[in-house]
Design a binder for this molecule. Structure first.
Ligand SMILES: *Cc1c(COP(=O)(O)O)cnc(C)c1O
Length: 226
């Protein structure tokens, strides 16, 4: 099927208020433009260089989301245009995002990446770690970053019961953080969870943003660099 047809099919399956991030990593600008011409405007990338190149080449009304591990020394390349960083997992990164946002005269919206998978993954905060980070942003008066919610990746497994438990955990963490720190802040509202193989479960468990790549663009051909 075509990119446009696949997009249409997925959009028909998700409630209107849920935002779909089309994960275009490793895909060409021509392929992205197929989705663009079908009316899609929200795309996700996980490599700074690739995102920078695509941002330079593609229409300026695209909303670019950064979904991968972000190295602090590379923040400056995307700070001027990135719409949402899904992967904030350290105080250092948050602080650099704030500094680069000030330089770019912008407010950068961020999600706290929480480690919910049972499998050993390198990135993501514990709930306590997320709280420390929120408190640090207040203490250090990081005025140019805005917390928009949380993000998580479930264990890569076909056991959807386990995936559901992990998504439930993320939803519960979101609710607690919301109550404790953002009860008067209507910007803290996003739960980014769900990928091609598990997004229906994510939606049932409260996702507001889902990140889908291969279901829209086909399987990616990976090399070691990806
Ligand atoms: C690649 C990626 C996705 C999309 O994965 P698919 O299985 O192709 O839908 C979603 N989120 C993150 C963080 C990713 O790196």
């Amino acid at each position: 099927m075509s990119v446009a047809a696949d997009l249409k099919k997925i959009k028909a399956n998700i409630p209107r208020e849920i935002k779909l991030v089309a994960v275009s990593k490793t895909k060409s600008c021509d392929t992205i433009m197929e989705a663009y011409h079908a009316g899609h405007r929200i795309f996700g990338e996980n490599k700074v260089q690739e995102l920078q190149d695509k941002h330079g080449e593609l229409p300026k009304d695209i909303e670019w989301h950064f979904i991968g591990h972000l190295q602090t020394n590379k923040v400056k390349y995307i700070a001027g245009f990135v719409h949402l960083v899904h992967s904030v997992d350290s105080i250092k990164l948050l602080s650099v995002l704030n500094k680069e946002a000030i330089k770019a005269d912008r407010i950068i919206s961020c999600l706290l990446q929480i480690k919910i998978a049972r499998e050993d993954t390198k990135y993501g905060l514990s709930e306590e770690g997320a709280e420390e980070l929120i408190r640090a942003s207040v203490t250090d008066q990081m005025k140019n970053i805005r917390f928009a919610g949380v993000m998580g990746m479930a264990t890569y497994t076909s056991d959807l019961d386990q995936v559901r438990q992990e998504f439930q955990n993320l939803s519960a963490i979101f609710k607690r953080l919301k109550e404790k720190y953002f009860s008067a802040d209507d910007q803290f509202k996003e739960i980014s969870m769900g990928m091609s193989h598990d997004y229906p479960v994510a939606i049932e468990e409260g996702a507001t943003l889902i990140r889908i790549g291969s279901l829209i663009f086909g399987e990616r051909t990976y090399n070691k660099l990806n």
